[in-house]
Design a binder for this molecule. Structure first.
Ligand code: 5GP
Ligand code: MG
Ligand code: MG
Length: 183
C-alpha cells in the first residue's frame, strides 16, 4: 500500500481532472478555428507543459506537429529572475511558421516573455501563447496571452504537470499543498 497518496498532501483542489479536460476542449476548438488553413506548430516548454500538450493536442481534430524547448531560469528557489538559459532548443526551423507556445502556468511572466522574444527573433509568421493557468496578481511583465485556461490567485499550485521539488507532476487534479508538506 502507498502510505503517501498524493491527494492527502493537498489543502484544496482547485481544478479537477474533468474541469481541466473540459476547458482544454474549449481552448482546442478556439485554436483549431483560428489556425484552420494556416497550420500551427505547437511548442511546449519542458517539463511542466507535458500534460497540457498531450491533452490539448488530442482535442484538435487534425494533424499538428509539436516541438519542445527546455530552459532554466536563474533565480532563487521558486522565484524566477528572467535570466534564461536554453537547455534544449527546438528541432524545428520556425521561420515562416505560425507558432503556438503551450505552457502550464504564467507566474511573473519573465520566463515566457524571454522565450517569446527569443522565438520572435527567428522570423516566424506569428507567435502566440496558450497557458492552462495564469496568476494575474503575480505578473511582473505584461504578456499578451491569447489562450488562457484559468486565471488563479497568487498561490503555489501543484499537479497536472506542475511540481513541488519534482513531486506531484502526475497528480490528475490541480491544487494547493497542505502546510505539513512544506515543513
Ligand atoms: P515565471 O517566469 O512566469 O515566474 O515562472 C514560470 C515557471 O515557474 C512555470 O513554468 C513553472 O515551472 C514555475 N511556477 C510558477 N508558478 C508556479 C506554481 O504555482 N506552481 C508550480 N508548481 N510551479 C510554478
Ligand atoms: Mg512551464
Ligand atoms: Mg517547477
Amino acid at each position: 500500500m502507498d502510505a503517501s497518496h498524493m491527494g492527502d498532501d493537498l489543502e484544496k483542489v482547485l481544478y479537477t481532472e474533468q474541469q481541466i479536460q473540459d476547458r482544454l476542449a474549449e481552448l482546442g476548438e478556439q485554436i483549431w478555428n483560428d489556425y484552420e488553413g494556416k497550420g500551427v506548430l505547437l511548442v511546449g516548454v519542458l517539463k511542466g507543459a507535458v500534460l497540457v500538450m498531450a491533452d490539448l493536442m488530442r482535442t484538435l481534430p487534425g494533424s499538428v506537429p509539436m516541438d519542445w524547448m527546455a530552459v532554466s531560469s536563474y533565480g532563487s528557489g521558486t522565484k524566477s529572475s528572467g535570466v534564461v538559459r536554453i537547455l534544449k532548443d527546438l528541432d524545428t526551423d520556425i521561420s515562416g511558421k505560425h507558432v503556438l507556445i503551450v505552457e502550464d502556468i504564467i507566474d511573473s511572466g519573465l520566463t515566457l516573455s524571454w522565450i517569446r522574444s527569443n522565438l520572435e527573433s527567428r522570423d516566424p509568421a506569428s507567435v502566440e501563447i496558450c497557458t492552462l493557468l495564469r496568476k494575474p496578481d503575480a505578473a511582473k511583465v505584461e504578456i499578451d496571452c491569447k489562450y488562457v485556461g484559468f486565471d488563479i490567485a497568487n498561490e503555489f499550485v501543484v499537479g497536472y504537470g506542475l511540481d513541488f521539488d519534482e513531486r506531484y507532476r502526475n497528480m490528475r487534479d490541480i491544487g494547493t499543498l497542505a502546510p505539513h508538506v512544506y515543513s
